[in-house]
Design a protein around this ligand. Sequence first.
Ligand code: 5GP
Ligand code: ZN
Length: 114
Amino acid sequence: MSSGCLFCKIVTGMIPVELVYEDDVCIAFPDINPQAPSHTLVVPKEHLESLADVAPDHTELLGKLMAAANEVAKRKNLARGYRIVVNTGAQGGQTVMHLHLHVIGGRHMGWPPG
Ligand code: 5GP
Ligand code: ZN
């Protein structure tokens, strides 16, 4: 828990969200500003600033986050495909400094994003 961190407040229940998924290491909830018909955030319960801050002993956590993202995609009926995004650092477009995966789908995800 990092005081002042928005996603820590959501993880601890201080700010209520609609839970899409939860397990021992993470929760998933809808993005407040969806970029596609389906847009869910997968957030580790542990406060880590970004992917740039993970250590070798976070390897198992990262695997669990990816598996959770796939479970979210199943629950959101994204069998036709989806995109995982992990914005990292300011220049990477990260605005909330608590590691999270975006699970985005429900339309064709072209490249570049738009
Ligand atoms: P980032 O830009 O850091 O990769 O992603 C942060 C995401 O958090 C954005 O897509 C933004 O819409 C979402 N977000 C920001 N504030 C809130 C909030 O209070 N609740 C929820 N559910 N999502 C939020
Ligand atoms: Zn946090």
